[in-house]
Design a binder for this molecule. Structure first.
Ligand SMILES: NC(=O)c1ccc[n+]([C@@H]2O[C@H](COP(=O)([O-])OP(=O)(O)OC[C@H]3O[C@@H](n4cnc5c(N)ncnc54)[C@H](OP(=O)(O)O)[C@@H]3O)[C@@H](O)[C@H]2O)c1
Length: 401
């Protein structure tokens, strides 16, 4: 087909692209960022991805979803958006539940697959939990767990009654680079690096499942390529073996060559009282106009004392092949340590490791003491237009879709 024919078909509303086009919601987050990076760098021949920010497309607004997806006409949608763990009822419900359901309704209308990233928060504590397991929907659940559980339930309902082509991917505790909000596992890691955990806040023998964020895109890609096998199914996407929390904490401690936390295990009732005390203190300080925000992960405190391991038998029996079978949280730890200590050092969140990980920055002295030197240097030889881009002015702009 000539480019003119293609252009004519395009203007008459007929789809001409051969590549699949996906829309990724939540592309600035820990999981979404990893997915966006994968699809932009590894699938250029096969898949294109649009990852609108929440400013461009807020899934709280059903009209925005309809307008955006009508304009883009994707071949699939991946939803990895989530409201902050400590958001209020309205945000949790509108982003985590209504937003996800409205995306599913759009996918149902377009007849395209909907990949939904879910969480082990939908599961009770216990060992070797299967994909069929889930918590009962009860008022006492956190907003997060409730909204994820309701989302899963509605997708299955839509699958059964409307034939929605969905896959639910349940993640456990996720580790990986690019967590810009310091959540979940990285919050634990941060409190160790920051030496703000004096004693062990767990119990010996407590185990959890972990998810390697680097592997998620490979699975999502595979799931998209094998709809017959994965459609209307739920999968646990977790590392092969669960990890003992105490062992992980002590491994990180020894990696960072720290003395804290001391190997003294604080019982849960003591920690729980401490949590109530902190919440009380925060509310008192609020009376004086001092706003104190406790880490939202406190909602998971009980999980530090109870095992939750997810069975990965269904995943292992599927056609998916782990691209990095030897990679676990322990093997990735050295890379994570370098990445996060550098990042937190630059952000002035911790200073203990700055010398080791940041080294000296050649412009530091000038910027602090004689900024004009830098200004002069830049004006002297670093402001001419990039030569490799100059000719672009003469070529037409590719508007894309
Ligand atoms: N991280 C974990 O340990 C973990 C564990 C289990 C399951 N999960 C699941 O993994 C998924 C992704 O989590 P994450 O850790 O990557 O979260 P995250 O880093 O907090 O990112 C959340 C993403 O959601 C987007 N978002 C929030 N409100 C939105 C709205 N109204 N419209 C559109 N996008 C919106 C955010 O975009 P903006 O930045 O533009 O607001 C951001 O890109 C979630 O479903 C979560 O339940 C995560």
């Amino acid at each position: 087909m000539s480019s003119l024919e293609a252009e004519n078909k395009k203007s008459s509303g007929v789809r001409v692209h051969k590549k699949r086009l996906g829309v990724l919601i939540g592309g600035s987050g820990l999981i979404g960022g990893t997915l966006a990076h994968y699809f932009k760098t590894k699938t250029a021949e096969d898949i294109d991805i649009r990852a609108p920010s929440s400013k461009k497309l807020s899934i709280r607004n059903a009209d925005d979803i309809i307008t955006y997806l009508t304009w883009v006409r994707p071949d699939f949608v991946i939803n990895s958006a989530v409201a902050a763990l400590d958001s209020d009822v309205q945000l949790a419900l509108e982003v985590n539940y209504f937003g996800g359901v409205n995306l599913a309704r759009a996918c149902s209308a377009l007849g395209i697959p909907y990949i939904y990233i879910s969480s082990a928060a939908t599961l009770p504590n216990g060992e070797n939990l299967s994909e069929e397991d889930h918590l009962p929907l009860s008022p006492s659940l956190t907003h997060y767990a409730k909204s994820k559980l309701m989302s899963e339930s509605t997708l299955r309902h839509m699958g059964k009654h409307q034939g929605l082509d969905f896959t639910i991917i349940r993640l456990a505790i996720v580790y990986g680079e690019h967590d810009h909000k310091i959540q979940g596992f990285h919050r634990l890691f941060f409190s160790l690096a920051d030496e703000s955990m004096p004693f062990m806040i767990t119990k010996k023998g407590v185990q959890h499942s972990y998810t390697n964020s680097n592997k998620i895109p490979y699975f999502v890609h595979h799931v998209l390529d094998h709809r017959e096998e994965f459609s209307q199914e739920t999968y646990h996407f977790v590392d092969k073996d669960p990890v003992e929390m105490a062992d992980l904490i002590l491994s990180i401690r020894s990696y960072l060559e720290l003395k804290r936390p001391r190997e003294l295990y604080i019982p849960y009732p003591v920690i729980r009282s401490g949590k109530f005390f902190l919440e009380w203190m925060a509310s008192i300080l609020n009376w004086f106009g001092i706003s104190v925000r406790l880490p939202p992960e406190l909602i998971f405190l009980e999980n530090f004392y109870k095992s939750q391991t997810l069975s990965n038998r269904k995943l292992l029996n599927s056609s998916f092949v782990d691209p990095f079978p030897d990679e676990t949280i322990y093997t990735v730890l050295p890379k994570l340590v370098v990445y996060y200590l550098e990042r937190w050092g630059h952000l002035n969140l911790i200073t203990t490791f700055n010398e080791e990980f940041l080294g000296t920055f050649e412009f530091e002295d000038d910027f602090v003491n004689t900024p004009r030197n830098i200004l002069n240097l830049i004006h002297a030889d670093s402001i001419s237009p990039f030569p490799e881009m100059i000719d672009l002015k003469k070529t037409p702009v590719n508007t894309g879709r």
